[in-house]
Design a protein. Structure first.
Lengths: 406, 287
């Protein structure tokens, strides 16, 4: 009998508790950083992205306002199947609200589908493919930092204008490489240049000499490297060996990160032109963030634009949730709110998020400094051109995204 | 046609790495019966030791060619003394799992401290530049790699197959008890052999440091291919692994030219074919 009463009391208490929870706004947020934690892209995203997310959580001050924030991270090993399996598990079991980083275009496109199907959120800061905001666009995805269209537009146009009118592509053989090659080739042709050939190499190749010899034999003025991370650094290093640059051909790094330049060293990397949307040494805001970030990194690395994007994207997400007064756990609704609000942070400046999920901010064309120009570690870039956000990315008039009303 | 010559030569260069690495594996397997999965990690350590020697000690490439194999070789001998020796007589699987675990730990530690994009190591001044061969521009350093690794491979083959020391070694693997009865310290010989195999891996690491980035995963990417080379060549056959190493480098090089998408699978296709036709490998004898 006694047991019966206490059970009833407990039941009533629980019922009250549940009712109370429904009245007050839910203030739980769970953030998942899904990235390459151990492979060739681990330096440009990887553990550094988790550090950036942690910093965003601390800097948001939400914990002091009664919010409960959780952060988890996983390694997708650059495999789309593993990425989408983790994504399902995170949404169904771990109740993750938002996916951050998700570098590697192949993985990103797979996770994009899962996130849409389950009405979750992805702020993609790592993947390059412009399809995320074009044919594959989704009401649950925001593409934050850069994409292949922007890289092609900025770097490609600048190089053709400087006289590089014949191109040969060295392309990583998966979604990202293909997208980057396609977008760059389009810009080259549009600017009056010609594409005379291409070769596709498997992801994560150690030796590029065969491919470089083919590029050399093509006699193209520009060898466009539509690859990333370790593949790009190996290409550049080995191109120097085979006398490609001294022979008059120019290498175009279509996607290069500061971690790649650091790995190559200025002696090899000097003179390369490429586009990024963030560099640690742009202004006081970026310098302050980057200094704090680098102190937390084991190898004292400065943040890449992917990692900076995780910080900036999360801060905007938090602002949207604060404006909504709680977390509705409804991906499309939160993303719609994020698109309504202008973005503003110390790292990317002011910007907006378009209907197709594309975040707009300026694109910077950099040149790698000569060793004698560099004043110290990580002092690597010279700014040589800026394209405003509205012109840098694919115009909505060319968009194939169904979310764009025409 | 010109392009073809160039690809053949480039294939030969890659083949020298395959040959050096598979030679070390073959020596270790042939003499110790251990499938050394840590080989890739030890190759990576060779490159890192060269990097540390240069950047911390100011010791140049040429000395690194000598010192790195010795340092990593000693590390290997410690591994053999403390761990591997307890596995003699057990199934191959135990050695494979142990060395695979060691490889993962070593790679993990390096990745933790040095990230994954690696560190730069410059080509030594004496080997900079290149020669125009008419059909291609051959970087002097690459030419050096082919010649040097060919010499090392042949010297190792000579040591094991043609000298008295090699004869002891081979006898000790056939019948350790009997050889011990002749007053030869068999465990010490086995330790030294493991050290030699590991040293060869480290040497390949130093050779590759100026070509590739010095990266924690540089060995992991390569080791699977090298295992395929050893399997094709015949497990434990010294000459077989040298010849197969160079040959597969060339075949891979040609694939990169004719059908680049398949360049990282062609070696495994060959492996499957060879295993189907001649399960002991091209030069292997039936056990």
């Amino acid at each position: 009998m006694k047991h019966g009463i206490s059970a009833m009391l407990l039941g009533t208490a629980l019922a009250f508790g549940a009712a109370g929870g429904a009245v007050a706004q839910d203030k739980n947020i769970k953030i998942g950083v899904l990235t390459d934690n151990s492979g060739l892209y681990a330096d440009l995203g990887g553990p550094g992205s988790t550090v950036a997310a942690q910093m965003a959580i601390e800097d948001s001050g939400l914990a002091a306002k009664g919010w409960k924030l959780d952060l988890i991270s996983a390694d997708h090993q650059n495999k789309p199947d593993i990425g989408s399996t983790i994504a399902r598990q995170w949404i169904d079991v771990e109740k993750v609200d938002i996916f951050m980083d998700v570098l590697n275009s192949g993985v990103a496109l797979a996770v994009n589908n899962v996130v849409k199907e389950k009405n979750s959120i992805m702020i993609n800061t790592g993947a390059a493919t412009s399809d995320l905001t074009n044919a594959q666009c989704s009401p649950n995805t925001i593409h934050w930092v850069y994409d292949t269209y922007m890289l092609a537009n900025s770097t490609g146009q600048a190089l053709v204008k400087a006289g590089g009118d014949t191109w040969y592509f060295l392309t990583a053989d998966y979604a990202f490489g293909h997208a980057l090659e396609r977008d760059t080739a389009a810009v080259v042709v549009k600017s009056g240049g010609k594409v005379i050939g291409n070769v596709r190499h498997p992801l994560n190749t150690a030796d590029f000499s065969s491919f470089l010899l083919q590029a050399q034999a093509s006699k193209a003025k520009i060898i466009g490297m539509a690859n990333a991370g370790g593949d790009t650094t190996n290409t550049i290093k080995q191109a120097a060996e085979f006398g490609i640059v001294s022979g008059g051909q120019k290498l175009a790094g279509l996607l290069l990160f500061i971690t790649d330049v650091h790995a190559l060293g200025l002696k090899v990397a000097q003179g390369l032109n490429f586009t990024e949307t963030f560099y640690w040494d742009m202004n006081d805001g970026t310098r302050a963030f980057s200094k704090r970030f680098s102190e937390r990194m084991k190898n004292k690395a400065m943040p890449s634009m992917v990692q900076a994007g995780v910080y900036s994207g999360l801060l905007h997400y938090f602002k949207a949730l604060e404006a909504m007064g709680g977390n509705p756990h409804d991906g499309a609704k939160v993303v719609a709110k994020m698109k309504e609000m202008p973005t503003d942070d110390a790292l990317f400046g002011q910007g907006t998020i378009r209907a197709d999920g594309r975040k707009l901010h300026p694109a910077y064309l950099f040149e790698v400094k000569k060793p004698e120009e560099s004043k110290g570690p990580w002092d690597y870039y010279k700014l040589i051109g800026t394209t405003p956000g509205e012109q840098a990315f694919r115009p909505l008039s060319e968009s194939a995204c169904p979310l764009v009303k025409k | 046609m010109q392009a073809l010559y160039a690809q053949l030569l480039v294939g030969l260069i890659n083949g020298s790495f395959y040959a050096l690495l598979s030679l070390g594996l073959a020596v270790i397997f042939g003499m110790l019966n251990i499938i050394n999965f840590a080989h890739g990690a030890l190759y990576m350590m060779g490159a890192f030791v060269a990097y540390f020697l240069l950047n911390l000690g100011g010791i140049n490439y040429w000395w690194a060619l000598l010192l790195a194999p010795i340092i990593v070789g000693i590390f290997g001998m410690i591994l053999e003394r403390t761990m591997l020796q307890w596995l003699t007589g057990l199934d191959h699987l135990y050695g494979l799992l142990l060395t695979f675990g060691i490889a993962l730990i070593v790679q993990g530690v390096f990745q933790n401290y040095f990230g994954s994009s690696g560190l730069p190591y410059a080509i030594p001044d004496q080997l900079r530049g290149g020669m125009n061969l008419g059909f291609m521009f051959l970087p002097i350093y690459r030419g050096w790699v082919v010649v040097f690794s060919l010499i090392v491979c042949l010297a190792t083959w000579f040591l094991i197959e043609k000298t008295r020391l090699g004869a002891y070694l081979r006898a000790a693997t056939e019948n350790p008890t009997l050889v011990r009865a002749f007053g030869i310290n068999v465990p010490r010989m086995i330790t030294l052999t493991y050290g030699l195999g590991v040293g060869l891996a480290a040497l390949a690491g130093v050779l590759s440091a100026p070509i590739n980035q010095v990266r924690p995963l540089m060995g992991a990417d390569l080791i699977i291919v090298v295992f395929a080379v050893v399997v094709i060549g015949g497990m434990g056959s010294i000459m077989g692994s040298i010849i197969t190493g160079f040959a597969l480098g060339v075949i891979e090089g040609l694939t990169k030219y004719f059908y680049p998408e398949a360049s990282n699978t062609v070696v495994f296709v060959l492996m499957v074919l060879v295993l189907l036709v001649k399960p002991t490998g091209l030069t292997g004898r039936a056990a």
